[in-house]
Design a protein around this ligand. Structure first.
Ligand code: ZN
Length: 160
């Protein structure tokens, strides 16, 4: 396992804007990438990471909102319902947070690392995380969808 370098918009906006390709074979290279992405996500204290963020234009994401890691290959949003506004940040856009409107409830379909199709029902933060990461696979950043940017200093003050 190894940590991967996370691309930022300042350093490499071009790669982050490309559409990632479907994964057609789950080989050792893909499994290693999955492990590396997980390790990198935890190192960065993120809740999600998409392969293009580490410079690999393949459709794989890892998400962990504190309930254990979920790795999905070729994920798609099969169904979505409702909407909610939530604050988001992104490891590729450091130091910035903003409010984004996302579905309240989604069903995400993809392949697990064992190659089997899996469907995951997600609400709230987990739904947000899936939508955010799947957007990355299409070259879309959450900053494209921000309704309002949030000053982290104000958030800290509200918490006090
Ligand atoms: Zn992101």
């Amino acid at each position: 396992m190894a940590l991967r370098n996370v691309l930022t918009v300042e350093a490499d906006d071009e790669s982050l804007r490309k559409k990632s390709r479907e994964i057609t074979e789950i080989n050792q290279k893909i499994l290693t990438l999955a492990e590396d992405m997980k390790e990198t996500l935890y190192e960065k204290n993120g809740v999600g990471l998409a392969a293009p963020q580490v410079g690999v234009l393949k459709r794989m994401i890892v998400v962990d909102i504190g309930e254990g890691p979920i790795t999905l290959i070729n994920p798609v949003i099969a169904h979505q319902k409702g909407s909610r506004k939530e604050m988001e940040g992104c490891l590729s856009v450091p130091g910035v947070w903003g409010i984004v409107e996302r579905p309240e409830h989604v069903i995400v379909r993809g392949l697990g690392l064992d190659g089997k199709t899996t469907e995951i029902e997600a609400e709230g933060l987990l739904a947000v995380a899936f939508c955010h990461e799947i957007d990355h696979l299409n070259g879309i950043l959450y900053t494209d969808k921000v309704i309002e940017y949030v000053d982290p200093n104000e958030i800290n003050q509200e918490a006090k």
